[in-house]
Design a protein around this ligand. Structure first.
Ligand code: ARG
Length: 657
């Protein structure tokens, strides 16, 4: 059970008859921010008093008279201007923990109303190397997937891979004109990835070259504008003077921006021209951009050769991403990529046109959405369908096939506009009862505060990222070993596996512990810190508890069944017990707004309370046998919550660290 949910339902009963809809007030029943005010607080007397025109203190008294929590809490108190403080009864808490000892779910009941979710996550564009943004989607998506399933919901995970877009046009072009046959034979994916990068580079070069004159003349015009502004005699009136200065500032800012743009364009061009091999290729392929578009169009139109190449390279690309998934221990129920919807796109556009939802505009087809300046483009002038069209077909397919209650898209925040327009269009199309959610997330940044890149300027390839984390984890684990007396040969053999769990866990946890909507700075040192809100700290805490059992030769099955009551006499014991009992609450928060960081914060708090407990309360050397058993029970529950909590986040624990 979730204590919070239980208390809220008690308050609901108490408020019945006082107000029509108590829901908004129930949100004000919360875990206490400060332990000195008890375990839970209800700060609803003030808004309630406002609503009913009564002083808050009187309101609090009235609620208290109607509130029935005697079985759970000590006599509630009202403090200050009507805050209601609740403290759990120790006997109740002790008994509750006793039942948790025999409960594999550690108190987290299955949802009373099971919902059906489709979760769309990971979704890399498979001809390109997967990057750190896709890890974030994969890791957050997988954590939500596991948590929802654990809570008894029906989850269908669907990896909407990009296997059909312009990136394949690049691969096709590269394959036909730039392939190194020997390299391809030896390692097709590496060669394809090289081809993709190369073609992308060449296309970018010609785009930059084409943009240059326009950029230069925009800068000149802007400089002219500023020169004219400066030449004007300054206005005499104070307000006008201020205005003019502001306008000048803005115009100068624009110059700055244009200069920056121009210099980064020049830099990119210089990089190509400074590399004789690439420069030669750039000259030899002047029309590469339109050729790539043409290859993409041919693939889509069913050109036999392009389809054949596409079918041939696809398995290698899929193998590549599957390798990463194996390492991250992520699996999907379905992987229906963009290509799966290819034959449904024309029908989607037709249907939307027939219903008057989409209409022609300058030769293209668009959906115009209230409140949006730019329309949602679903067919281009040249007849090509877009990412948007595919996403509409995908919604239709998912609704017909699985009838979900909700579809979650774990995709980075730069696609917000796309999803707003997609959802608005889907609603008009008739999909009104399904919850459509963009579970968006921020950018992973480097030390310099800019999107995370390697020294060479590439977005970081995922595999090297994992390798690096694992090799650093190995260093951390080995260093901690050396501090221990004696050698443990079995353990040394095991180090590689431990390092894999620690390294991959660190990366996942770093992604999950951030409020997903914020950007965060990627740092190996921080994510592998032994102290702080990291997986390493949590895994270490787990291993520490487990080592107590090993050291004391503890028979856990016997301890769990032992009838000796759990002692909460020491404040550190009690505070740990409350945290253990709050595990279901943390899961409730995660699924309420799809934020796994509620669970990481909870686990961090739990681990900290355990640490205080451990410093203050001897376990194996407890004064009496009964106290020893009681404390071992708290240890057992802590370890199990840590393990299950981390598992739901996709992170493995290790028995020794
Ligand atoms: N392939 C896309 C990208 O890498 C993400 C796709 C997300 N899912 C979706 N249904 N649009 O940016």
């Amino acid at each position: 059970m979730s204590i919070l949910v239980e208390l809220q339902s008690r308050f609901r009963a108490a408020l019945a008859g006082l107000v029509d809809d108590p829901s908004e007030f129930l949100k004000l029943v919360q875990p206490a921010a400060d332990a000195q005010f008890g375990d839970y607080q209800a700060n609803l007397a003030m808004p309630l008093g406002k609503r009913l025109g009564k002083p808050p203190r009187e309101m609090a008294q009235q609620v208290l008279q109607r509130l029935d929590v005697a079985d759970l809490c000590k006599q509630p108190e009202s403090a200050g201007p009507g805050f209601i403080n609740l403290q759990l009864r120790d006997d109740w808490l002790g008994n509750h923990l006793q039942t948790l000892l025999g409960d594999g779910r550690l108190g987290a009941a299955s949802a009373t109303v099971a919902r059906r979710f489709v979760i769309d996550y990971s979704a890399p564009n498979i001809a390109k190397p997967m990057h750190v943004g896709h890890v974030r989607s994969t890791v957050i998506g997988a954590a939500l997937d596991r948590t929802l399933r654990f809570l008894g919901h029906r989850v269908i995970s669907d990896n909407h891979i990009g296997d059909w877009g312009m990136q394949f046009g690049m691969i096709l072009y590269g394959y036909k004109h730039l392939r190194n046959e020997a390299a391809y034979e030896q390692n097709p994916v590496a060669e394809l990835s090289r081809l993709y990068r190369l073609v992308n580079l060449l296309v970018g070069y010609h785009e930059d070259m084409a943009a240059l004159p326009e950029l230069k003349s925009r800068l000149e015009r802007q400089e002219q504008v500023v020169a004219e502004m400066v030449a004007q005699p300054p206005p005499t009136e104070k307000a006008a003077l201020k205005q003019a200065a502001k306008a000048l500032g803005r115009a100068e800012d624009q110059i700055d921006q244009l200069r920056k743009l121009l210099s980064s364009t020049h830099e990119r061009i210089a990089r190509i021209e400074g590399d004789p091999g690439v420069e030669h290729l750039a000259r030899a392929h002047p029309d590469i951009r339109s050729a790539v578009l043409a290859e993409t169009a041919k693939l889509h139109a069913g050109d036999a050769e392009n389809r054949r190449i596409w079918r041939n390279v696809l398995p290698a690309c899929r193998d590549e991403i599957d390798r990463i998934y194996r390492r991250l221990q992520v699996t999907f129920d379905y992987t229906l990529g963009e290509s799966f919807y290819e034959d449904k796109l024309a029908g989607v556009v037709e249907d939307l046109e027939r219903r008057g939802i989409a209409r022609p505009s300058n030769g293209a087809t668009c959906v115009f959405i209230e409140g949006h300046e730019t329309p949602f483009l679903i067919r281009k002038q040249d007849g090509a369908f877009l990412y948007a069209t595919t996403d509409l077909a995908t919604i239709q397919y998912r609704m017909q096939t699985w009838q979900p209650d909700a579809i979650l898209y774990v995709v980075d925040h730069r696609q917000s506009l796309h999803f707003e327009q997609l959802f608005a269009t889907a609603r008009q199309w008739g999909y009104r009862d399904v919850e459509l959610q963009h579970v968006s997330f921020g950018t992973v940044l480097g030390d310099d505060g800019r999107p995370f890149k390697t020294r060479s300027g590439d977005t970081v390839g995922l595999e090297s990222l994992l390798d690096e984390a694992v090799s650093r984890a190995l260093a951390v684990v080995s260093a901690s070993d050396e501090k221990k007396p004696g050698r443990d040969a079995a353990r040394e053999d095991n180090r590689g596996q431990i390092a894999e769990a620690v390294g991959i866990g660190a990366i996942k946890y770093a992604d999950l512990s951030q409020n997903r909507t914020s950007d965060y700075i990627f740092s190996y040192d921080k994510m592998l810190a032994m102290n702080g809100n990291t997986a390493t700290y949590m895994q270490y805490a787990y291993a520490r508890v487990r080592s107590i059992f090993a050291k004391g030769n503890v028979d856990l099955a016997a301890i769990r069944q032992d009838a000796v009551p759990i002692s909460l006499a020491h404040s550190a014991e009690r505070s740990l017990a409350v945290a253990i009992a709050q595990f279901p609450e943390a899961l409730g928060l995660v699924v309420a707004d799809y934020r796994p960081n509620h669970l990481t914060s909870y686990l961090f708090e739990l681990a900290n309370r355990y640490s205080t407990f451990f410093e203050n309360c001897p376990v194996l050397k407890a004064e009496t046998h009964a106290l020893r058993a009681s404390r071992l029970k708290l240890c057992d529950l802590t370890a199990r919550v840590l393990k299950l909590g981390l598992e739901l986040l996709g992170i493995r624990v290790v028995e020794k660290m």
